[in-house]
Design a protein around this ligand. Structure first.
Ligand code: FE2
Ligand code: FE2
Length: 198
């Protein structure tokens, strides 16, 4: 990971520590997955990686970060606060002003699918790939466990939630790399659930 991304992460992390308990793991997994996907799919890393690092930073500013982040008012609030914090952090690092503006905009709309907007993700490959990874985290070992707790589901129910999720039809995989990665994680979770049942 290049120096600048580590510096963004250093400034963002204290905010995440005040936000949702699972988000440090969420972002750390997304950062390494983002590197891999950018290299394979030729996405602009200088926008994609900062977006990944900063996108949920606004949970530190919502009333109760441990409250259900599926609630719409909390979703809206974390996007708005997150865009402001992203701008502050990137300015502090003298990041390119045009890119800063773009990243802050992406942060301000990153969860707009929850408000009924799927179009933005279909039109923009960068936002599409971002949404793929944001969703996919729930299929990784740590994300799967964190979401089971948050949504109060068994492992079988959690798997069912992922493979029958609206995301897969409303905002289908934006590129072959994210699709392939998801299939691998789902395969691993299926194996894990079978092993638990023995
Ligand atoms: Fe979010
Ligand atoms: Fe997220």
């Amino acid at each position: 990971m290049e120096q600048i991304y580590n510096r963004i992460w250093e400034l963002a992390k204290p905010h995440y520590q005040k936000g949702r308990p699972m988000d440090i793991d969420h972002i750390e997994w997304m950062m390494q997955a983002a590197e891999e996907v950018c290299n394979k799919e030729n996405l602009d890393k200088t926008l994609f990686v900062p977006l990944v690092i900063l996108h949920d930073v606004g949970y530190s500013k919502v009333k109760d970060p441990k409250d259900n982040s599926y609630k719409l008012d909390i979703r809206k609030a974390h996007m708005k606060a997150g865009a402001e914090l992203s701008e502050q952090i990137l300015k502090q690092l003298n990041f390119d002003p045009k890119k800063t503006e773009k990243i802050a905009h992406y942060v301000s709309i990153h969860d707009n699918w929850a408000l009924g907007d799927n179009e933005s993700y279909l039109k923009d490959p960068l936002l599409g790939a971002f949404n793929d990874l944001d969703f996919m985290w729930m299929a990784t070992p740590k994300g799967f466990l964190a979401l089971m707790k948050m949504l109060n589901k068994s492992s079988a129910e959690m798997l069912d939630y992922l493979v029958n999720n609206d995301k897969l039809t409303q905002r289908p995989w934006s590129n072959p790399s994210t699709q392939e990665l998801f299939n691998r994680y789902i395969h691993d979770r299926q194996k894990q659930i079978k092993a638990e049942a023995i």
